[in-house]
Design a protein around this ligand. Structure first.
Ligand SMILES: O=S(=O)([O-])[S-]
Length: 239
């Protein structure tokens, strides 16, 4: 199962704000490989969307790309969960599928959609780098009942809803791991990959990412959607 999508809501005060505040241009033409690459470098929190088949993807793709197959019926529902403020850089083999996908993204309200003119074929011809790593496999989902068991603790339970393709989630991951390690006497950290846990995510109404919840004695005492700093999270855990 491939990655479900994310949403980065809210003021993402560091780099993402810069992205979200970038020019909203629904008619942005497709970019030549070098221009696409340069624009991508200026947008570190953008989503790189490969709309080819998983088989094509596995043979090489752009760095940090997520793979949503344009020809898969789940494409629309996956895309619907993406944050419309986050720039999307879309590509396919030679530009056909990405043009159709980009059109759909723009119609759905995505503010910045960049297409790779000539697709990955032209990218390779320009000697730009290709990544052959496969995406991290996802674990089994847990039931709501199991989740309720997990959060039923006298310690505060910090639940991090994330996805592998979610850039702000990735940015928060190191400090979430630090909290898990350094505050284990007071705080239990639970990380839920929403792609691996669609039923649970739906039951908990997780329709944007990243999302943090804090529970105590089975009761939710705090929640936050969107990027948040470590300091702000620590403040909630110490209160
Ligand atoms: O759709 S395609 O241009 O990748 S062949």
């Amino acid at each position: 199962m491939k990655k479900f999508i994310l949403i980065v809501l809210i003021g993402y005060s560091i780099g993402l704000t810069g992205c979200a505040n970038g020019q909203a241009n629904n008619t942005t033409p497709s970019l030549e490989p070098i221009a696409f690459s340069e624009k991508l470098t200026q947008s570190p929190f953008a989503i790189v969307l490969d709309v080819r088949t998983p088989d094509e993807f596995s043979k090489g793709h752009l760095k940090n790309a997520v793979n949503f197959n344009w020809n898969d019926p789940s494409f629309a529902s996956k895309v619907a969960k993406m944050d419309k403020e986050t720039p999307v850089f879309v590509y396919c083999l030679s530009g056909g599928r990405s043009a159709a996908a980009a059109k759909q993204l723009r119609e759905q309200g995505f503010k910045e959609v960049y297409e790779l003119n000539g697709g990955i074929l032209k990218w390779k011809a320009a000697n730009l780098p290709i990544d052959t790593d496969t995406q991290t496999s996802v674990s089994e989902g847990i039931t709501l009942e199991a989740f309720e068991h997990v959060i039923n603790s006298e310690k505060k339970v910090l639940v991090d809803f994330y996805a592998e393709w979610c850039a702000p989630c990735k940015k928060m991951e190191p400090y979430i791991n630090e909290i898990s390690k350094n505050m284990s006497d007071k705080v239990k950290v639970v990380r839920i990959d929403v792609d691996a846990n669609p039923a649970l995510s739906e039951a908990l109404k997780i329709d944007a990412l990243p999302v943090l919840h804090i529970y105590q004695n089975n009761k939710r005492i705090w929640s936050h959607t969107g990027y948040i700093t470590k300091e702000e999270v620590l403040k909630q855990l110490k209160d």
